[in-house]
Design a protein around this ligand. Structure first.
Ligand code: ME8
Length: 518
């Protein structure tokens, strides 16, 4: 069986993590957790991109050396992800010796093949983008993304003869329509190839006289490698290329995750580089939209940030994760507002999920002595809940694999909804007061405990802390170490009568907007 590897972009160390990086990283974490629970050999790679003008410039502005500056910000990314419980397997830095070795290895390989050429180039260069711009990248003489004027530059440089691979890339896009997804981004890459869009051979070097903060070209000590060529190779280096024995197996299942800002490097440069190096292409490129704030992309260069650490302090990180995954349709843009976050937390987590957990466990304590009750005969309503659990598990599996995370979350939310409605219909708090209905009450609570177990398992990749707390309250704290999705979530009756349960505090208390943002 091939492995499953999920990657995030390696983030530039010119500023600290914000909601955009957090979204990509949370999606990757959710997928990594899901695939681990599905029993697949899983590897989750993230890290930081540290070379180039932009970083050298940011370091200068702070009065630091690039390496010291990169160490400092890279450590902030790493410790942020660690504090937030992100389950990465490797945090790669482009200044790591094994990464630098992999870059030089590929450069040598492609150079030996005759796909790297020395030429003169003249153009308009944006320091924010780290590249020469095409007309399409500009509006009113400014870079569209960075809203700053590019500089005129002439340089002799090394070029990767990327255009040699455009036909093969076009064929791949035809042959494998799902390869870049959702489809709108595949279509964008097809359009880039068809219209040219300034796609030519790729400049992959910078003279050391101007920039020495980079990886030296193995065939010319006067040049360092251009940032994209350097950065993209992290995906191979991070999986052990070229020396680790298992890199090919990991690589065979690689899923890249990026936002649409870096579609071109990942949809065009990278596959051409891989073809030139005779390395198989990645399995999928998964592209999401932007989180916007006041109708602008949130980016470090524009300086309007939403800090994941602040969100964690205010609402708890599980709640923020839930919001990110649920409120962005994967592939489309979303607007962030703290109001929407608060509404989502109160509706889905405090009211729907939190209520189900507290009602089920409180009544189990009250009417069944705090243990999962022995059920009596079940009826249509019970069967419907059982079917809903099996359907939610199957749908979540489908949606996760199709990279429709918002739909995967919705599938679980629907199950929570259905269980709450079932509980309302059976109203065990009333039935318990009537003679002769004890068995019905036990059946109802048994059914809710079983569903709650399924819900706890299905939520584990989405809101890991809360899910583990739910399972703990059901006396299932060890389950997460061995459970398999989707099968175990659909396994009805696995929670045996007599298992002790605990009530616990409110899982997701209702939240309010902090005063200053109202
Ligand atoms: O581009 N909405 O790094 P970067 C959603 N170093 N996602 C966002 C976002 C937003 N508003 N802003 C940023 C680089 N992101 C290169 C990558 S990879 C070989 C090299 C996320 O720090 C999203 O994943 O600018 C986007 O693609 C990435 O951060 C860009 O991060």
């Amino acid at each position: 069986m091939s492995g499953y590897a999920i990657t995030t972009p390696i983030y530039y160390v010119n500023a600290e993590p914000h909601i955009g990086h957090t979204y990509t990283t949370v999606v990757a974490d959710t997928l990594a957790r899901y695939h681990r629970m599905a029993g697949e050999e899983t590897f989750f790679l993230t890290g930081t991109d540290e070379h180039g003008d932009k970083i050298a410039e940011a370091a200068r502005a702070q009065g630091s050396e690039p390496k010291a500056f990169a160490n400092q910000i890279s450590a902030v990314f790493r410790s942020t992800w660690e504090t937030l419980g992100i389950s990465f397997d490797r945090f790669i830095r482009t200044t790591d010796p094994d990464h630098m070795h992999a870059v030089q290895h590929i450069l040598r390989l492609i150079h030996d093949k005759g796909d790297i050429e020395f030429r003169e180039y003249q153009g308009l260069y944006c320091v924010g983008c780290e590249r020469f711009l095409t007309e399409r990248d500009m509006q009113d003489g400014l870079c569209r993304d960075h809203e700053r004027a590019p500089e005129e530059r002439t340089e002799s440089n090394y070029f990767f003869r990327m255009s040699r691979y455009f036909d093969a890339l076009g064929e791949k896009l035809e042959r494998d329509p799902d390869w870049i997804r959702p489809a709108r981004y595949r279509n964008e890459v097809i359009a880039m190839l068809r219209e040219g869009s300034g796609l030519e051979d790729l400049c992959i070097s910078r003279p050391k006289s101007r920039l020495d903060w980079g990886i030296e070209l193995p065939f010319d000590e006067n040049y360092v490698c251009y940032v994209w060529f350097d950065a993209l190779i992290n995906y191979l280096a991070g999986l052990g290329y070229p020396d680790a024995p298992d890199w090919e197996e990991r690589w065979s299942g690689v899923e890249h995750l990026v936002a649409k800002d870096i579609l071109k490097p990942h949809g065009v440069f990278w596959p051409c580089m891989l073809m030139a190096a005779d390395i198989p292409l990645y399995r999928h490129l998964n592209v999401h939209g932007y989180w916007n704030l006041d109708n602008r992309k949130i980016s470090k260069s524009l300086g309007n940030m939403v800090s994941p650490m602040v969100m964690r302090e205010r609402y708890g990180f599980d709640a923020f994760r839930y919001f990110l995954l649920r409120d962005m349709s994967f592939g489309l843009d979303s607007t962030f507002s703290e109001e929407a976050l608060v509404t989502r937390i109160n509706a889905d987590l405090a009211n729907n999920l939190g209520n189900l957990v507290s009602r089920t466990l409180n009544m189990t304590a009250r009417f069944s002595g705090g243990v999962v009750p022995e059920p009596g005969p079940t009826g249509e309503l019970e069967q419907a809940v059982q079917d809903a659990a099996a359907e939610a598990a199957a749908e979540m599996d489908r949606r996760m694999r199709a990279m429709e995370l918002h739909r995967a979350v919705e599938a679980v939310t629907r199950l929570i909804d259905a269980t709450n409605k079932y509980l309302d219909r059976r109203a065990p708090w009333k039935a318990a007061k009537e003679e002769g209905r004890e068995e019905e009450v036990r059946t109802t609570l048994y059914t809710c405990c079983q569903t709650l177990r399924a819900i706890g398992l299905l939520l584990a990749p989405i809101i890991p802390e809360a899910a583990s707390e739910i399972l703990k309250r059901l006396g299932q704290e060890d389950l997460l170490a061995t459970a398999r999705l989707p099968a175990d979530a659909a396994a009805w009756g696995a929670l045996t009568p007599g298992t002790p349960t605990t009530k616990g505090d409110s899982l997701f208390p209702r939240v309010e907007l902090p005063e200053e943002t109202e």
